[in-house]
Design a protein around this ligand. Structure first.
Ligand SMILES: Cc1cc2nc3c(=O)[nH]c(=O)nc-3n(C[C@H](O)[C@H](O)[C@H](O)COP(=O)(O)O)c2cc1C
Length: 441
């Protein structure tokens, strides 16, 4: 059906997953069709269920269009709430209430079931189907002790909440991307539990590829001071590293630490959305290196993706402000900074390291020669090479085109695509490599 043509356009983490999207009468209802489309773009089948009040806020037709499925708006003789919980061909894998009103929260926590949303949740609670709530309401409603108690009750019953932000006395609905990531994390975690009971690890590479990995990702430039007010830097925007960090969260990574230099736009979920996401802002190459080593020192199965562009040279001594009248010409003696990936691999040899190598104006033969040299000298496990001399990709652009080299000397070209799509492909190859290494050890 053409309404579902967008399915899988951004990923396959929710492939074959049926999600009941329950919608209630909050002013944030306008976000619900976007949430539905985003879930579909990552592979999900979305079944919309609306409260009668929600149907007064917007026409259910919007949800028919956005999901390609008929919205459930009434309790009928077909007992859809039972079908969605227990009929094998119709059963959903997850129930998401977004937005959820204070009214619906209070009702489901007390077991009231008098319309399709509360009746579905009342039927599903205790069935093992995960239930996620993204609420939206005015602050006084949120602070109401009865609503707080309702939330606690629901949490005790196994319902999980996706946090929004408190802005202008309103507890806002979480961003669609944050909701997407919570859904992916929930479904990939429960899939891991089931998989570990049923089978040994496989080389598959879907949504749960990084469930056991902490990803440490650098993004953007660093600044090396010339004096107290001037610095050397480069034109990196950090967009590639940020796309990798977002994609790593979508793929269900255990944790993602984004270490970024100046001027990088940090996505919402790294500010205070997803509990798996941490962010560290740095200025100099040394600070970037220190932040990477500190993240690696926490232990676990670490993957370092060095997509940042730290300055390669620095001055050893910096003082005051150099005066142009005193020094009409200025000679700087710069020393090369230590490569972060080399230091990381020396100190934490078990880290899986993906090095980004920016080259300028090289043909593909020279690019691959340089990439293979980096694989050898830096002891990286994977090198992603691109030509920053190409104005249609690279620094500042939303697009990139890369060649990926792995330890078995295989080269894969990823043609020009959005940085998000490049991130998806780079992480897919990294997951394959990690699985290959794990299978050997
Ligand atoms: C314009 C408007 C916006 C509203 N927004 C919210 C909201 O964001 N959160 C909330 O809890 N209630 C909100 N309400 C109140 C609910 O719509 C009301 O409690 C309703 O009974 C909820 O019905 P439902 O939970 O069955 O969908 C709003 C009401 C109006 C008129």
């Amino acid at each position: 059906m053409y309404l579902k043509d967008i399915t899988h356009t951004l990923g396959s983490e929710l492939s074959r997953k049926r999600i009941a999207l329950c919608v209630t009468a909050s002013i944030s209802i306008t976000e619900a069709p976007r949430i539905a489309r985003l879930l579909m773009r990552h592979g999900a089948e979305v079944i919309p269920i609306l409260t009668p009040r929600a149907c007064e806020f917007v026409s259910p037709m919007i949800f028919e269009w956005s999901t390609g499925n008929s919205p459930i708006t009434k309790l009928t003789g077909r007992v859809e709430h039972v079908e969605l919980v227990s009929e094998p061909s119709k059963k959903v894998d997850l129930i998401l209430i977004a937005p959820c009103t204070a009214n619906t929260m209070a009702k489901i926590s007390s077991g009231i079931s008098d319309e399709p949303v509360s009746t579905l949740v009342c039927t599903a609670l205790g069935s093992g189907i995960p239930i996620l709530i993204a609420s939206a309401m005015h602050e006084p409603m949120l602070k109401n002790p009865i609503i707080q108690k309702a939330r606690k009750n629901l949490e005790q019953a196994g319902v999980k909440f996706i946090e929004g932000k408190l802005i202008e006395s309103k507890s806002k609905l979480a961003e669609p991307e944050v909701i997407l990531r919570a859904v992916i994390a929930e479904l990939t975690n429960s899939r891991n539990d089931k998989a570990s009971l049923l089978s040994a690890p496989t080389h598959t590479n879907d949504g749960n590829s990084f469930a056991n990995n902490n990803l440490i990702i650098t993004a953007g430039p660093t600044r090396e001071p010339i004096d107290q007010v001037r610095f050397i830097s480069n034109a990196s925007s950090g967009k590639m590293g940020v796309a990798l960090a977002e994609e790593a969260l979508s793929k269900g990574a255990k944790s993602v630490c984004l270490i970024h230099g100046p001027g990088v736009t940090v996505p919402e979920e790294f500010k205070n959305g997803d509990s798996r996401a941490q962010v560290k802002s740095v200025t100099t190459s040394q600070e970037m290196q220190d932040a990477v080593l500190s993240a690696l020192s926490k232990g676990g199965k670490n993957v370092l993706i060095s997509a940042g562009a730290p300055a390669d040279y620095s001055l050893s001594r910096v003082r005051g402000k150099i005066s142009t009248s005193e020094k009409p010409t200025l000679k700087l003696e710069l020393g090369a900074t230590k490569k972060i990936i080399t230091v990381a691999k020396e100190k934490f040899p078990k880290t899986f390291v993906v090095a980004f190598k920016a080259e300028y104006g090289l043909n593909s033969k020279e690019l691959s020669r340089k990439a293979l040299e980096t694989l050898r000298t830096s002891r990286a496990d994977m090198v992603v090479a691109n030509d920053v001399g190409n104005k249609t990709i690279g620094f500042g652009s939303d697009y990139n085109e890369v060649s990926v080299f792995t330890r078995d000397h295989k080269a894969r070209n990823v043609p020009r695509a959005s940085k998000k799509e490049i991130a998806h492909e780079v992480l897919r190859i990294a997951a394959e490599e990690i699985a290959r290494i794990d299978a050997r050890s």
